[in-house]
Write a protein that binds this ligand. Structure first.
Ligand code: NAD
Ligand code: UD1
Length: 343
């Protein structure tokens, strides 16, 4: 039984491929390596000691994509491929709509043609219209605040419309909270290009001395210490959530959204202190203005995923920071080597 993983060379995709292979699935990756490195695919093979088919293609290239479906017996698709930087999406909205939305439509058309109607889709907590509401449930109102978020919301709606048109589809919309950490081997992890946007990769770059200090975006939020609170989830727990979602789509029909988070929130200052503890490094920081568009608090109610997928995150915040730090130490230049600094 082969699972096609779009964007499987990327951060969450690579961890999910490891868990799929460990669980006995055959895995096929398609990835244009826009935001990843072929070395991550080699590392998946190294960790699992299993083979994996890799196609260096773009979802926009329908003919190539179709050839992958012609060559392989695909049972279901986990669809990670997409652009994901909020700030960039504001500057390049057409690129985001084209890559994320058109890419998904191409994929769905070919899936439909080859009668592969089971999909797990990478959505995001960013689709919620939240403001100081406490734990977020799947039935909260939805709203997008930037082009990236709008692509996620549009794709969720497109997939729901697809099911209305043909009720033999089975689709899980997984709304991730804040994925962090790395595989316990230290062989795969998050490898952002340039200066990281997200908190944990930034902290870890400061810890290793690549960046001088962290800017803490605001300490006047209505939280315990005034800094923003998020629901950080270990990427391996997230990957295991995809396994449960695959089991679900293989055995049922319908469209279902699930929060993948821990249900716990940690502030920026708490994250700094935990990272200092596990790494033994001092994290220099300064408080600056709030980042426009940021929420004070955002954490999941993961009850539905527990009840319907039989999944819950089990790795704690120290393990997340420890694994992120191990990855950073073992791979100071990410997947790049000093001889080949470019991706
Ligand atoms: P990532 O950038 O590491 O992985 C995405 C992969 O998709 C990359 O390897 C990239 O090269 C590939 N890709 C992009 N466009 C493609 C295309 N047109 N054709 C083929 N390959 C393409 O990102 P990630 O952090 O692993 O995120 C995976 C998915 O999860 C994305 O859809 C993202 O929006 C979503 N998500 C991520 C987070 C997060 O914090 N990391 C949070 C919520 C949702
Ligand atoms: C970001 C994305 C969101 C995505 C989510 C999951 C933005 C505006 N939003 O949100 O779409 O779904 O990641 O990965 O990019 N912080 C600092 N200094 C930094 C970086 C972050 O203080 O240098 C703070 C932020 O203000 C926030 C917390 O750390 O309070 C987490 O930030 P980040 O990792 O960017 O995640 P989100 O804000 O949740």
């Amino acid at each position: 039984m082969a699972i096609l993983v779009t964007g499987g060379a990327g951060y969450i995709g690579s961890h999910t491929c490891v868990e799929l292979l460990n669980a006995g699935y055959e895995v096929i990756i398609i990835d244009n390596l826009y935001n990843s490195n072929i070395e991550s695919v080699n590392r998946i093979r190294e960790i699992t000691k299993k083979d994996i088919k890799f196609y260096p293609t773009d979802l926009i290239d329908r003919d190539y994509l179709e050839s992958v479906f012609l060559e392989n017996k695909i049972e279901a698709v986990i669809h990670f491929a997409g652009y994901k930087a909020v700030g960039e999406s504001v500057k390049l909205p057409l690129d985001y709509y084209h890559n994320n939305v058109t890419g998904t439509i191409n994929l769905c058309r070919i899936m439909q043609k080859y009668n592969v109607k089971k999909m797990v889709f990478s959505s995001s907590a960013t689709v919620y219209d939240v403001y100081e509401r406490g734990a977020i449930c799947e039935d909260f109102p939805l709203k997008a605040y930037n082009p990236y978020g709008r692509t996620k919301l549009m794709i969720e709606e497109i997939l729901r419309d697809l099911y209305v048109s043909d009720d033999s589809w089975s689709i899980s919309l997984l709304r991730y909270f804040n994925p962090v950490g790395a595989h316990s081997s230290g062989l795969i992890g998050e490898d952002p290009q340039g200066i990281p946007n997200n908190l944990l990769p930034y902290i870890s770059n400061v810890a290793i001395g690549k960046l001088p200090e962290l800017q803490v975006f605001g300490n006047d939020y209505p939280t315990l210490d005034g800094t923003g609170v998020r629901d950080y989830i270990h990427v391996v727990d997230l990957a295991l959530g995809h396994l449960k979602a695959i089991e679900k789509v293989l055995s049922t029909i319908g469209v279902n959204a699930y929060n993948l988070g821990t249900g716990n929130g940690y502030s920026v200052l708490e994250m700094i202190h935990i990272f200092e503890k596990v790494s033994g490094k001092n994290i220099a920081y300064k408080i600056v203005n709030r980042r426009p568009g940021d929420l004070a608090i955002c954490y999941a109610d993961p009850t539905k995923a527990k009840a319907e997928l039989n999944w819950a995150a089990i790795r704690g915040i120290e393990e997340m920071c420890k694994d992120a730090w191990q990855w950073q130490l073992k791979n100071p230049h990410g997947y790049r080597t000093l001889e080949s600094p470019k991706k």
